[in-house]
Write a protein that binds this ligand. Structure first.
Ligand code: FEO
Length: 171
């Protein structure tokens, strides 16, 4: 059985993962509108992956006899100055998620909720991957600078992403 505190905190995390999915969809829309189909694809895959993260929490709540409470999701941004600014926004979002996961894990420890701790360990590893993946793209965008040919090459490379860590091969 989930304690009321843990149930509320996992529901809040579920909302944050859905917000992440929506945020990435907003960034995908930006890239679609700016002729960067590869970056749009990368963001779209990431958006789908965030939905699977939300569903892990959804399933955990039900598996523990708890109740899912769905809250409104914040409106995402769909306009950015540059591709770099869009990826930097992603990294900022991932850092927020990492901090929330760490707090949730600390709460699960305080509440002696061992199954939630095990479930959250997957998220802790995942956040390391996610911050690294976005950080790598940011480094590459910085290297590309204002060079259209470098940006187009990077766009093509990022468009080869088919699935993220959840379904691998990028794990
Ligand atoms: Fe599910 Fe990117 O945090």
């Amino acid at each position: 059985m989930l304690s009321p505190k843990i149930q509320a905190a996992i529901n809040a995390q579920l909302n944050l993962e859905l917000e992440s999915s929506y945020a990435y969809l907003g960034i995908a829309a930006f890239f679609e509108a700016t002729a960067m189909p590869g970056m749009a694809k990368w963001m779209r895959v990431q958006s789908e992956e965030e939905h699977t993260h939300a569903m892990r929490l959804f399933d955990h709540i039900h598996a523990r006899g708890g109740a899912v409470v769905l809250q409104p999701i914040e409106k995402p941004a769909t306009k950015f100055k540059t591709a770099l600014a869009a990826f930097e926004a992603s990294l900022g979002h991932e850092r927020k998620v990492t901090s929330a996961i760490n707090k949730l894990y600390a709460l699960a420890q305080a509440e002696q909720d061992y199954p939630s701790q095990v479930m959250l360990q997957w998220f802790i590893n995942e956040q390391v991957e996610e911050e690294r993946n976005v950080g790598t793209v940011i480094d590459q965008l910085r290297m590309a600078g204002d060079s259209p040919s470098a940006l187009l090459m990077l766009d093509q490379m990022l468009g080869s992403r088919t699935e993220g860590p959840e379904g691998n091969p990028q794990e």
